[in-house]
Design a protein around this ligand. Structure first.
Ligand SMILES: [Zn+2]
Length: 343
């Protein structure tokens, strides 16, 4: 299994999957599935991050919005990368497929060949066209002027071999390589000559989109049919990537020799991602293996924003920033992937 570089901005549901991967015993039925899913999500994010450089060369002022998720007509739709300009809108869907890909415009499928094995995916061009349709509905519903919408599928893995038949216009026009982006941007800029909205409306539009963006926050255990009591307990060591730190004299110590006063913080974050944003003293001790009720109380007081609950079970409320507080997950994911690869 290849180890994936840390991506730029990990959406919450991927953080949740990573935490689940770290806390699922290898003997669990879902382990291989979750591991594969984490790998695919991180590869996809790595692919998305490869759009950033070509986007930095965009020829006109633009607002770039990665991973935006909006609600319209009683359901959500998600766009990998939405680019707003005063002249047109651009949807880019990045795909980090590997190996050999054949695009079929009749069956609307992508067929991936790895050695002698074939895997079939939904047509990503239909997917971006659907997103364009939903986006235009969203514009109407929110009273913004109608801008032309362009949509493309960007293949972000340079080692992928694309097979698109010369008569297959449906895919030939809409599936582009990363290298094609700078010239595509210039062509679009030339195609749309006049500004439709002012810089002020453009800024209002981006504010409104940010406001209405609803991140995907699934109940990750339920979704993957894992129950809370199946999760591995304990505190991870960021030096050796193993569970099993013990609290001795107010410091967490790992059998590898590493010491850390605040190693429990990552366990609280795992708890937040996997189980709940509220935790009691007992739940915290059970999750981390910490024995002292008093130490647990001190830690929870330092790490939670407020107390909730009126009865005898007091819970501490955890609150974290998905953008900045979860970098430890990539460290642990890498340890696990490396260890599995070397087995
Ligand atoms: Zn260690």
């Amino acid at each position: 299994m290849s180890t994936i570089k840390a991506p730029h901005n990990v959406p919450p549901h991927v953080l949740m999957l990573q935490a689940l991967y770290h806390r699922l015993p290898q003997s669990h039925d879902q382990f291989a599935y979750i591991e594969k899913k984490v790998q695919n999500e991180l590869a996809g994010l790595y692919g998305e991050s490869r759009l950033l450089y070509p986007l930095s060369k965009f020829p006109i002022p633009k607002v770039s919005m990665p991973n935006i998720r909006l609600f319209i007509d009683s359901s959500y739709f998600q766009i990998d990368h939405l680019i707003l300009t005063s002249k047109f809108l651009l949807i880019l869907e990045s795909k980090y497929y590997s190996a050999d890909l054949t695009f079929d415009q009749v069956a609307h499928q992508v067929v991936q060949r790895i050695d002698e094995e074939y895997r079939v995916y939904d047509d990503p061009v239909l997917q971006v066209e659907e997103q364009a349709y939903q986006l235009s509905n969203w514009f109407n519903a929110n009273g913004f002027p109608e801008l032309p919408i362009e949509s493309f599928v960007v293949m972000t893995n340079p080692r992928t071999r694309l097979r698109i038949d010369a008569t297959n216009n449906h895919h030939a026009e809409k599936v582009v390589s990363l290298q094609r982006l700078p010239s595509l941007f210039r062509e679009l800029n030339a195609k749309y000559e006049k500004n439709i909205i002012s810089p002020r409306i453009l800024s209002e539009l981006s504010q409104k989109l940010i406001q209405q963006h609803k991140p995907y926050l699934p109940n990750i255990l339920e979704k993957n049919r894992v129950s809370e009591n199946e999760l591995l307990r304990g505190v991870y060591c960021l030096q050796c990537g193993k569970l099993g730190m013990k609290m001795i004299q107010k410091r967490w110590r790992c059998p590898c020799g590493y010491r850390d006063r605040t190693a429990h913080e990552n366990s609280l974050k795992d708890y937040f991602l996997l189980i709940s944003n509220e935790i009691s003293n007992r739940e915290f001790r059970e999750f981390t293996g910490l024995e002292s009720r008093h130490t647990a109380r001190d830690i929870l007081r330092r790490n939670s924003s407020e107390l909730v609950g009126k009865t005898n079970v007091i819970k501490h409320r955890l609150s974290y920033d998905y953008k900045t507080d979860f970098n430890y997950l990539n460290i642990i994911t890498k340890f696990l992937q490396t260890r599995r690869k070397n087995r």
